[in-house]
Design a protein around this ligand. Sequence first.
Ligand SMILES: [Zn+2]
Length: 112
Amino acid sequence: MILLDQWYTEKAEKQFHHAFERCWPKFEKQGTPRPDIQIRKMKSRWGSLSAKGRLTLNTDLVRAPKECIDYVVTHELCHLKHHNHSPAFYELLEKSMPDWKKRKHKLELALI
Ligand SMILES: [Zn+2]
């Protein structure tokens, strides 16, 4: 079981790193500092962004399709600028990833 967990975490680290590199260029121009990525199991959310700008991703997200991982990363990166779910947050999300709703829906279906 420990070996399996380790394999799973390593796979997640690699996948999430790639997802971050795919999503980050759009946010780099904003001038917000590049966040550190942390991976851990979380019970009720796929990702979070701390006030200090640390991006945490749920290990279980590795089971989701890549486009859905990118959605979670993009959502969290929008929190670098807007630390809430205000209309301005959704405006930025929409601009950064116009098809985010489709991806969110797919994620919900993939990981029930
Ligand atoms: Zn959020």
